[in-house]
Ligand binder design. Structure first.
Ligand SMILES: C[S@@+](CC[C@H](N)C(=O)[O-])C[C@H]1O[C@@H](n2cnc3c(N)ncnc32)[C@H](O)[C@@H]1O
Length: 508
């Protein structure tokens, strides 16, 4: 039975009692910077229960171990398994020196439990940066030792964007991993460290399932791993109550180098430990469509998702067929700060933010708004503005409270007299080669985007509150005449959701 702790300086202590290594404490580093969101015990136990074929000799990796909740859950499960494993070796990486003492205490408890159940136990607690330690080994530098191999990995990786010029990004790139977020960097690196047949259970944000930037990660993941199960937490906050978690989380279970299964289990629960888990077996080809170059992972959870998918994928038109384009608003407010004005003036034109959305129409100007209402109109801002016209706007971000993920509204130049208008970067706008469209088409498109079927379909592949222009581009749409018919029969943009859904359904 050994526990070794290696500090950032590389001093190794082993064999002795569990002892704190006081390496430089990055307590000054903010929690946010370290992506520290600790897994609650019931979620950790649930994750540990997902491993299928735990081996007799377990080499467990816990990267970004925090206080060790995940390792403890796996060891607890193994100690109760029949048959029990013969040996468990834990490798736990944690960069935060401030967490090491608690992590060691956890590993110490694991050791005691193994002693009581007759399992040979050893652990390496590494107070190191996982990426810096492992990327060079995975890369296979000439003089580096071969990377360690693990047959079991459990992880709740840190979530943080990584800039393309950052050291982490370059290290990952050198190991063949191209990604803009630390969490996918962690998981990709772990995948490379797994032995064939090794199992991974990871809790991560849902964004990798469809985000355009996660395409290279999806290729590594889906090409190397046999995806077996996806569990979705329906509430963004229940699983991590108390933590400021802004994204829905999924747990994935996958096995390295095994053939793709015919079916995968998609389960969901509220995230509260006492609530039930519902599960369905879903055809793999329904989850990852074989002809999809983006390799989106579709989280089909309920029948209404399947129905929404059938409706949406049966629609006849692409955006290009409609002669439309969707772009992200050109005015990035902090970059254009010196051109922005709180209220309209003789030298300004309207600037539209999501806060100007009001029940399907733009309400402008907004008094007592925290956002500026106007932007200077001169040569310096010309590129940021679009000519007056009828546009359909969609929020890029919705708040937790908002009922729908896709929120669209109509910009009507009859209501706001101005030759030009600025759309701020927190919204997307639909246009015809930079100009507006006909009123009927715009009204029909707004209603369609605000319908429940689009919302259900959208939620199916995106757990993020963000609605990217890429997502809107990849949707299918009713044809032009159907959208115009919807536009003509709409009574008012303030219709109830049921009335609006009914109009959209009847027009198809
Ligand atoms: C989301 S937390 C999860 C902690 C723990 N596994 C759990 O589930 O409770 C991620 C952990 O990774 C650690 N971390 C962040 N960047 C790291 C890095 N580059 N190398 C190792 N650990 C890192 C953070 O300090 C944090 O404790």
């Amino acid at each position: 039975m050994t526990i070794a702790t290696i500090s950032k300086k590389g001093n190794r202590r082993s064999g002795g009692p569990v002892e704190a290594v006081l390496s430089p404490d990055p307590g000054s580093l903010k929690r946010r910077e370290l992506g520290q969101v600790f897994t609650p015990g019931p979620v950790a136990d649930f994750m540990a229960s997902m491993f299928e074929m735990l081996p007799r000799e377990v080499d467990l990796l816990d990267a970004g171990a925090g206080y060790g909740a995940l390792t403890e859950a796996v060891v607890r499960r193994l100690c109760r398994a029949r048959p029990r494993p013969k040996r468990i070796s834990v490798t736990a990486y944690e960069v935060d020196g401030g967490a090491i003492e608690a992590l060691q205490a956890t590993v110490g408890r694991c050791m005691q439990e193994c002693v009581q159940t007759g399992i040979d136990f050893s652990a390496n607690v590494l107070n190191e940066d996982f990426i810096s330690a492992m990327a060079p080994l995975v890369r296979g530098d000439l003089f580096s030792s071969p990377p360690p191999r693990f047959n079991t990995a459990i992880v709740n990786p840190p979530y943080r964007k990584i800039r393309s010029d950052s050291a982490n990004r370059q290290l990952l790139r050198s190991a063949g991993i191209e990604t803009s977020n630390l969490y996918t960097g962690f998981v990709a690196l772990i995948i490379k460290l797994l032995a064939k047949g090794g199992e991974l259970v990871a809790i991560t944000p849902r964004s990798f399932c469809n985000g355009p930037y996660f395409k290279p990660f999806r290729s590594i993941f889906l090409d190397t791993m046999s995806l077996r199960r996806l569990h979705v937490f329906e509430s963004r906050s229940a699983a991590f109550a108390g933590d400021d978690v802004l994204q829905e989380n999924v747990i994935v279970h996958a096995v390295k180098g095994e053939p793709r299964p015919d079916c995968i289990v998609i389960s969901s629960s509220s995230g509260r430990p006492e609530d039930p888990v519902s599960r369905r077996d879903v055809d793999y080809r329904e989850v990852v469509l074989h002809d999809d170059p983006e390799q989106f992972i579709h989280l089909l959870m309920e029948d209404r998702h399947t129905k929404a998918r059938m409706v949406m994928e049966g629609l006849p038109a692409t955006l290009a067929d409609l002669g439309l384009t969707v772009s992200t608003g050109r005015v990035v407010d902090y970059r254009a700060a010196s051109y922005l004005r709180q209220g309209p003036g003789h030298d300004t034109v309207p600037l539209i933010y999501p806060c100007h959305f009001n029940g399907g129409l733009v309400q402008w100007p907004k008094e007592r708004s925290r956002k500026p209402n106007a932007i200077i109109n001169d040569d310096r801002t010309l590129d940021l503005l679009v000519p007056a016209g009828v546009y359909v706007l969609v929020k890029r971000f919705t708040s937790k409270e908002e009922r729908r993920r896709v929120v669209a509204c109509l910009y009507d130049p009859e209501r706001i007299t101005s030759p030009l208008v600025g759309f701020e970067n927190h919204l997307n706008y639909f246009h015809v080669q930079g100009h507006g469209m006909t009123m009927d088409l715009a009204k029909g498109l707004t209603a369609f985007l605000n319908s429940s079927v689009v919302d259900t379909y959208f939620r199916r592949f995106s757990g993020h509150t963000q609605v990217n222009a890429t997502d809107l581009r990849s949707l299918r749409y009713p044809n032009r005449s159907t959208l115009e018919r919807i536009g003509q029969i709409l009574n008012s943009p303030e219709m109830s959701q049921e009335e609006l859904d009914d109009v959209v359904r009847r027009a198809q």
